[in-house]
Design a protein around this ligand. Structure first.
Ligand SMILES: Cc1cc2nc3c(=O)[nH]c(=O)nc-3n(C[C@H](O)[C@H](O)[C@H](O)COP(=O)(O)OP(=O)(O)OC[C@H]3O[C@@H](n4cnc5c(N)ncnc54)[C@H](O)[C@@H]3O)c2cc1C
Length: 283
């Protein structure tokens, strides 16, 4: 349970962090360390250089920007869970953060680290997809923004280039919609066996707009577009929601099966959590 040898650098700015990544093959960023260090101890990750970004203070913030919510990549799960600004318009994100792991994990783990790690059961992944997040990135060629829908590329894999650093995550304003996060957690780690984020805009008892995404289901978060299509225009009552939730696993061909839950059970959970999430977001 000892990691391989590595050089350690503490970056004092984002530019320095990117330069260290670009100049050192096999370098990795260290944020909260709650995914990377276990991987290193198991020798599933063997970085030759660690670039610690924990003291770059400008990466830890929650702010409003032209109606968007922007969160710095080094913002901890605990700070996101406690933020009134986040809770005010982006309940799914606040609830996802509050549901992660335990107090120690929430106090050190960061949103940037969680997104970059791309665990198939990570909670933010569903919220980022449902809330149409943009991942803001800095690399040797400058800044770019990646839509959450294009960011997750597979198991522990993203579309980040090797020397790119996530600086923040931008969420569009809610525009009158309400969002929530529901999960069925693995009791030891808290990771989602299945988690569902739903953003619903209600209009006089029926659904005007819906965005729904799930984690824990596949090798990456999935958008439940058939549920969304069935909801729009439907009554947000028990029957309307139950009918839409029937489509929860429609078109999903690669539902996971592991020691925690078989594929059929995950499909069942998905329907249950979609129903719960839409009921809460639509009420
Ligand atoms: C006991 C336990 C329980 C947990 N339970 C849950 C849970 O219920 N739900 C859940 O979603 N997660 C859970 N986690 C994971 C936790 O949320 C981690 O904090 C998170 O996945 C990684 O964030 P970090 O800041 O610790 O990143 P690190 O571990 O430091 O880094 C993870 C990866 O991201 C890269 N990285 C870090 N920051 C950046 C950046 N700014 N830009 C680009 N790349 C970056 C690193 O190089 C590394 O590859 C749990 C972890 C533990 C140990």
């Amino acid at each position: 349970m000892f990691p391989g040898e590595f050089e350690y650098h503490r970056a004092t700015s984002t530019d320095e962090a990117v330069r260290l990544l670009a100049d050192n093959d096999g370098a990795k960023l260290l944020a909260g360390g709650h995914s990377l260090l276990p991987m290193m101890k198991l020798r599933l990750a063997v970085p030759t250089v660690l670039v610690d970004i924990g003291s770059i203070e400008e990466l830890a913030f929650v702010r409003q920007d032209n109606g968007d919510l922007v969160i710095g990549s080094m913002t901890t799960h605990a700070d996101i869970a406690a933020s009134e600004t986040v809770a005010a318009g982006h309940g799914a994100l606040a609830e996802a953060a509050a549901s992660i792991g335990d107090v120690q994990v929430r106090n050190l783990g960061t949103i940037g680290g969680s997104l970059a790690h791309a665990d198939p059961a990570a909670d933010y992944a569903a919220a980022a997809l449902a809330l149409d997040a943009q991942i803001e990135v800095l690399g040797p060629d400058g800044e770019r923004s990646i839509a959450a829908a294009d960011f997750f590329a597979g198991l522990l894999t993203t579309s980040l280039a090797p020397a790119e650093l996530i600086t923040g995550v931008r969420f569009p304003g809610a525009g009158g919609a309400t969002s929530v996060y529901e999960k069925f957690a693995q009791p030891a780690s808290g990771f989602a066996i299945v988690g569902v984020a739903a953003e619903i805009k209600a209009d006089g008892g029926s659904c005007a707009a819906a965005r729904i995404a799930a984690t824990g289901i596949s090798d990456r978060p999935v958008r439940l577009s058939q549920v969304e299509a069935a909801l729009v225009g439907a009554a947000l009552d028990d029957d309307g929601i139950a009918a839409a939730a029937e489509h929860a696993d429609a078109g999903l061909t690669d539902v996971r099966s592991d020691m925690y839950a078989a594929q059929d059970y995950r499909r069942h959970l998905l329907g249950v959590l979609v129903r719960r999430a839409v009921t809460r977001a639509g009420s």
